[in-house]
Design a binder for this molecule. Structure first.
Ligand code: NAD
Ligand code: ZN
Ligand code: ZN
Length: 445
């Protein structure tokens, strides 16, 4: 049994808390009592570490009066799904349906759903919010207190996040949207109607990427005239770069490796790049960034990579031996690179504990280190939708491939290997509308 499955067994032995107001551990309609509806559907399920499969499973049904059953017309794979695939995020079980970014058409509504009707086009937020608790009242929905009763998360973190779609039992255990249908608890709260002038291929990314990148920028505190450095040039980093400029930054420098930076150079020619795999003798990311920024360093730095990406053998060994769960290398690099009294934000996923953290540089030089948290989608998605309508934001810039839901198991492999430059995908289903203008051509596997 892998570490991630063992952690779920431990949670089952300890038992959940009683704070949740929605059913927990409903990650697969056929494995959760009272969750299966009539008819079958296709879905992408986690099977074991480094193994996902397309499965046929019962459709979900309305379990609670505020549920909505959504017919999925678009989903995608996220850098965060790789942490599930690798088993870095704990408490996965065989058969868990993945996918936390999806849009679709309302198919059924529970008796207490008031704001949505059958046939409406909507996008879901990746987190499940109740809409009324202490955090939800402030739209800090990623920290909702009523949708996740996981005990291990509470003990380990001293508090919990909200429940999340397709993101293991650690975050409540909810079936995700890499499927033909999904059950959405508190449908009125967690689904945003999409207007006719916003196609699925753009609206879908309000689920996560757009809100996450926007939050990374404003939460870390990018101001007019700032120079911003971003570690990780994936979709999150790319959008954070764009949004830094929209928030007044004068210059953005992206730190990553050759193949990723090639895409950035082509698509975002106004953004500077730094390839950490092509440094000269004696050079470091920090020394290079100082050189590029008046020998002081960037004003603001944002981590959009992840704690599982160790660079040195020392950290690779420590992680392998279970001496730490996350490397401190990227965060240390951010701290030492940033100018004195500058700010650093962490948006890439970190799961637990790290060694060799440069606390001295942080303290002595007055670096403001901010955990950006799981991004509170509800705080931003309405204004971001308007920005898509106004043409200020074009999510299609980061979309490299259009694929079919039926091929998602193969897409995970291609996504992990970055085959054919694959980064953000749009996964269509049999109910999707024809591709909108600007969408990549459909690729079959
Ligand atoms: N906080 C949130 O709410 C939230 C939401 C969504 C995604 N995320 C996380 O944000 C991160 C980025 O997401 P994504 O979809 O763009 O992922 P991605 O996997 O496509 O991109 C990550 C990039 O980081 C780069 N990288 C790895 N090690 C690096 C290093 N040492 N220095 C610089 N770059 C390095 C990789 O080459 C890759 O290009 C992931 O960890 C994801 O889980 C967080
Ligand atoms: Zn995501
Ligand atoms: Zn809440």
């Amino acid at each position: 049994m892998s570490m991630t499955q063992a952690a779920f067994k431990a949670e089952q032995a300890i038992g959940h808390d009683d704070n949740a107001t929605t059913a927990q551990d409903v990650t697969n309609p056929d494995q959760s009592p009272g969750a299966a509806g009539d008819g079958k559907m296709k879905a992408l399920a986690w099977i074991a570490k480094n193994k996902v499969e397309m499965i046929e499973v019962s459709k979900p049904k309305i379990m609670e009066p505020r549920d909505v059953i959504l017919k999925i017309t678009g989903s995608t794979v996220c850098g965060s799904d790789l942490h599930l695939l690798h088993g870095t995020v704990v408490e996965l079980q065989k058969g868990d349906i993945l996918g936390h970014e999806f849009c679709g058409i309302v198919d059924e509504v529970g008796s207490e759903v008031t704001k949505l009707r059958k046939g409406q086009r909507v996008v879901a937020s990746f987190q499940i919010a109740c809409g009324t608790c202490f955090y939800c009242k402030q739209k800090l929905s990623s920290q909702c207190e009523k949708t996740n009763s996981n005990t291990l998360e509470n003990a380990m973190y001293g508090g919990r996040t909200a429940g999340m779609f397709g993101y293991s039992h650690f975050t409540g255990g909810f079936a995700g949207g890499q499927a033909e249908y999904t059950r959405v608890p508190y449908g009125d709260v967690n689904l945003l109607p999409l207007p006719d002038d916003v196609p699925d291929e753009k609206g879908l990314y309000l689920s996560d990427v757009l809100a996450t990148s926007w939050h990374a920028v404003v939460d870390t505190g990018v101001k007019k005239g700032d120079t911003v450095a971003i570690w990780g040039a994936g979709p999150i980093g790319q959008m954070a770069a764009d949004f830094s400029l929209l928030n007044g930054a004068e210059r953005v420098i992206m730190v990553d490796q050759n193949w990723r930076l090639d895409y950035v150079k082509k698509t975002y020619p106004h953004i500077d790049t730094l390839d950490f795999s092509a440094l000269g003798k004696g050079e470091t990311v920090t020394s290079k960034l100082k050189e590029m920024c008046n020998n002081r360093g960037p004003d603001v730095s944002i981590e959009c990579a992840a704690g599982e990406y160790a660079k040195s053998w020392a950290h690779k060994f420590e992680m392998m031996l279970g001496l730490e769960t996350d490397t401190s290398e990227i965060v240390n690099e951010m701290i030492t690179s940033t100018r004195n009294f500058g700010s650093c934000g962490i948006t890439g996923v970190y799961v637990g504990f790290t060694n060799h953290f440069n606390i001295g540089s942080l303290m002595e030089r007055g670096i403001r280190l901010i955990g950006n948290g799981q991004a509170p989608v509800h705080l931003y998605w309405e204004s971001l939708l308007k920005m898509i309508q106004d043409g200020q934001i074009d999510p299609l810039k980061m979309v490299s491939h259009r694929v079919r839901l039926e091929d998602l198991d193969k897409v995970y492999t291609a996504f992990e290997n970055r085959d054919d430059g694959m980064q953000k995908v749009f996964a269509e289903t049999k109910w999707s509308a024809p591709a909108c203008k600007g969408s990549p051509e459909l690729k079959r596997f």
